[in-house]
Design a protein around this ligand. Sequence first.
Ligand code: TXA
Ligand code: MG
Length: 335
Amino acid sequence: MSLAALCRSIYNLYYMSIAIFTSKEQSILQCAQALQKGQLVVFPTETVYGLGADATNTVAIQQIFNVKGRPSDNPLIVHIASMEQLPQVAQSVPEHAKKLAQAFWPGPLTLVLPKTHTISTAASADLETVAVRIPNHPIALQLLRLANIPVAAPSANKSGRPSPTTVAHVLQDFINEPLIFGILDGGPCSIGIESTVVDVTGVIPYILRPGIISKEQLESVLQTNVEYGTFQHQQNTTPNTPRSPGMKYRHYAPRATIHIISSEKEIPNNAENKWILALSMESAQHVDVIISEQNIYDVFRRADKEGIQTLWIIETPPLRQRVGLWDRITKAAKK
Ligand code: TXA
Ligand code: MG
């Protein structure tokens, strides 16, 4: 670490305005009460850390958009603690949704459902649908139970930056953010990429964002074909409308330029400040970082910190088959 970076870290530690809470019952209760009062709380889930606010409180939701710098047409995922809360959020629960909820909740699956009026239109970006998830993390579940309100929570990063999978990542983006009440520390997230988003409002279920739960797993539960969807089947929009509102924005990106290559021979001899990334050591003679769902966002953030200018990612069939991970890599590579 350079001297400047060390001084910055010490300064940040000393002047840090954001509170970090442990998983003690009392701390979780304090955070739940903050949510009820319309404040913002960062909490861990099994996928990534979320920046939560009361999904029924428009002022609180607008603060999420402000703090993240998120475009207002990109709707948020609403988190609940149990199936009993679902009628508060969703007007109806189609058959496909019931089956998927039973198989994968609590877990890394988000279902797009018809929305009730209780949910702020700011959270759903004026859509008639709402994305809902029961996360599988003890701290998240306890927080949601104690708050007893639906909690809208996008990933707790500045818009366009890699999602946070540790408290340190959250601090990198929000260390001096006065609008955040605090961060609940749950350690590193076990899955590391965001949930699979499935639209179950129509006859055909559509995957709007791939994640760790695969198309094949969804099909095996539903006993029907699942497709990779376009957002336009939901709304009467133009043919170029992206899969999900969030899909049109550049995402998950480090500052480094990402090159996807099929062989290390494509890397120029004079390339400096570079890392070679691959799914396994066998992918190339020289690999700097072995990537996975768990570490991809950390690798992107570390590359930024260390001033890496180019990331060379070796494309192999096994990497392409990790659909969620591959999706994040190709999105990050888009300039
Ligand atoms: O794992 C996750 O899903 C994490 C944790 C915190 O739960 N959350 C998360 O939220 O990734 P966010 O806001 O970063 O991503 C939400 C995605 C966006 O692509 C958004 O466009 C899509 O879900 N989405 C939300 N509501 C939708 C809706 N009604 N219809 C279609 N897509 C929707
Ligand atoms: Mg996000």
